[in-house]
Design a protein around this ligand. Sequence first.
Ligand SMILES: [Fe+2]
Ligand SMILES: [Fe+2]
Length: 166
Amino acid sequence: MALLSKDIESLDGLFLHTLRDIYYAEKQIEKALPKMADKASDDGLRQAFRSHLEETHEHVARLDQVFEHIGEKASGVTCPAIDGIIEEAEEISDEIADSQTLDAALAAAAQAVEHYEMSRYGSLVAWARQLGHSESAKILEATLDEEKEADAKLNKVALDRLNAAA
Ligand SMILES: [Fe+2]
Ligand SMILES: [Fe+2]
């Protein structure tokens, strides 16, 4: 395990490790979003999941570009945090019978995912700037903005319909 053997010696190493962490996370999210869309009853929520899936494909492509910019091979490293968030979402949705309550749970789980991504991309943008990777910072910031928009859209769907209905 990289962290235990103290392989990360500098901000460069931390930046690369975190890029690999979010690369893994985005790929897990690509697998989770279609399942969440299938479980959703509300059209607006299903649409929000599907359109963010399209954006998520783009997030992976942008990370490929960042790896290329810094001269590293694109690869992921297991991210227990995103695995936990997705696992918890699956567990709770298996326990909910009522479709409107399920939609509220799915929206909340998706917002937890977006907040995780926002925190990671926020750090990555700051570190990219600090390390002088200005092109990479711009690419990562484009994704950060989309994560924020996705979170705001989910929040609106939840407030407008789901929570009122549940
Ligand atoms: Fe993303
Ligand atoms: Fe996202």
